[in-house]
Design a protein. Structure first.
Length: 158
């Protein structure tokens, strides 16, 4: 009887662990504090979103800007890019999966502020990497209101 109870406890712990890894969600803005324009830079540049509001499952790394899928499944990502308006430089960022261009958010206002946004659902394998790059020759802005954000979550495992 005691060995059956011990086996049952192990099985419950395993189920709890498996359930925890299936809980994946993050949301972050670009700057932890202050106000800054980033760019323009004449090459794609990784964006590191440092102000993490949520990071359930710790799949997003605020030191590198990389989201690494902990389980195979369908994931949804959204990103919002804020620009202050400029006569020459638009505001844009591209979402990459394992280095492959997936979607671009792009906006160009000559004056006043602008926001570009995009979202996508991706089938990811364990270890797949998703991140945002600043698009070449563009610039973005973030400040204490956190208008430039990157979020994602696991919809379901496969």
């Amino acid at each position: 009887m005691s060995s059956s109870l011990a086996e049952l406890k192990v099985e419950v712990r395993n189920l709890q662990r498996d359930n925890e890894v299936k809980q994946v969600a993050f949301s972050a803005s670009l700057l932890a504090s202050g106000s800054e324009n980033i760019g323009p830079i004449n090459a794609k540049t990784p964006l590191v979103f440092k102000h993490v509001v949520t990071n359930i499952g710790n799949a997003y790394n605020p030191n590198t800007g990389l989201f690494i899928a902990p389980v195979k499944g369908a994931y949804h990502f959204e990103f919002y890019i804020f620009g202050a308006g400029h006569s020459t430089y638009p505001s844009a960022a591209v979402l990459l999966k394992n280095g492959e261009h997936i979607f671009l958010a792009h906006e160009h206002q000559l004056s006043h502020s602008s926001t570009a946004a995009n979202g996508v659902t991706l089938l990811l394998e364990i270890g797949d990497v998703v991140l945002l790059h600043l698009w070449e020759n563009t610039w973005i802005h973030d400040d204490e209101n956190h208008p430039t954000t990157f979020s994602g979550h696991l919809l379901f495992t496969m």
